[in-house]
Ligand binder design. Structure first.
Ligand SMILES: [Zn+2]
Length: 186
């Protein structure tokens, strides 16, 4: 690294990167106030920082972009709109290589004080997505939660490159065998 000289541009990029990734920006000290004031928080998170995703990844590379926007709903409820995009290199369940997944999270979350009792009607209302918050909100953790909910359970390539994988899959599929039996006369 002795010959490595920081150009002015590179230096600025590093400073920019550090400030974007500082924990100060990834925490909202009062989520309810954030919503009430209609504030917006945008940024990026490297996949390396989202540790609960790591087991699902073929490579821990890349980042996601998020946007969190606070607002107040018609009932006076506090809302957070969370949008997360990015390409996640998921682990193909068949060949164990990367299968890029286009992440497209867009959720409207309703803030409720942690420990608050929700009515039966509220709990059964599919149109509302409640997020219990003490006050402080860890944005990286929330983004990580929402990504985990959005990922496919068993990701695989549509046309998996593993040699013979498609053939082997069909041969060993018991349902395919059953279907074949069904069609045969007794
Ligand atoms: Zn595959």
């Amino acid at each position: 690294m002795r010959h490595f000289v920081l150009t002015c541009k590179a230096k600025n990029n590093i400073i920019h990167r550090l400030s974007r990734n500082s924990s100060r920006l990834k925490r909202i000290t009062d989520a309810f106030r954030f919503a009430k004031e209609g504030r917006v928080l945008e940024g990026t998170l490297p996949l390396s920082a989202l540790e609960r995703l790591h087991d699902l990844l073929a490579v821990v590379e890349g980042e996601v972009t998020f946007r969190l926007e606070g607002s107040k709903g018609a009932r006076g409820e506090y809302l957070l709109q969370l949008v997360v995009t990015g390409v996640i290199p998921l682990l193909c369940q068949r060949c164990l290589k990367a299968v890029p997944f286009d992440l497209d999270v867009d959720n409207l979350l309703e803030l409720v004080p942690e420990g608050a009792e929700l009515s039966q009607d509220e709990l059964e209302d599919d149109t509302r997505d409640f997020l219990p918050v003490a006050k402080e909100l860890d944005v990286a953790e929330l983004v990580e939660d929402e990504i985990l909910l959005a990922l496919p359970v068993a990701p695989r390539h549509e046309k998996c490159g593993l040699p013979g994988a498609a053939d082997a899959g069909e041969r060993s599929n018991p349902f395919a065998a059953l279907a074949g039996l069904k069609g045969k006369p007794n």
